[in-house]
Design a protein. Sequence first.
Length: 191
Amino acid sequence: MCPEELEVSPTQIKVLSDPSRLRILTMLFEHEASITGLARALGLTPATVHHHVTRLRQAGLIRPTRQETRGNLVETYYEMPAKGIDSSKVWDELKDEDKVAYRIAVLGMLKGMINASLMAIHDRGTVEWDVGRLFMYRLPYRRDVIQQVGEIVEGAQRQLERLEAKHAAGGVASEDAEAPHVTVVMTILPA
């Protein structure tokens, strides 16, 4: 079955109403991973990740791909089998409280990524995630900070224009629905 033929159920959306499950799913979107690898990357216990992986498996959102034996430990790897599913069709079927829970989970996932980034930024200047790269800059609050932020935004805009030009040079029209997309989130947060 190709992704266009798969149906998303309200139950699957409800399972994703947890920030940790959303983060696990985003990690498995790019490549397979084991419970130990997910736990290490997320800073959670293997038992907690096992619980979330079980719920994602039961909902049919992930599947096991292979097993590796290391000593006495058998490590199962998981992947996200369907990546092009449109869940908007079931949105209207959800109860309001489920919609709120899902939105809060998405915000919680983003907050968790930002918090982890802020902690790691002291060790490295850039935080890289399995699903992209997050740049964080800590600037002193002075009058010239707005100019510095403007320069950062302009630099990001130039990078996006280069990506668009590279994409256009590849012969794929920007309006093509099948073309890959990039999501850019820029925010200014007080330290």
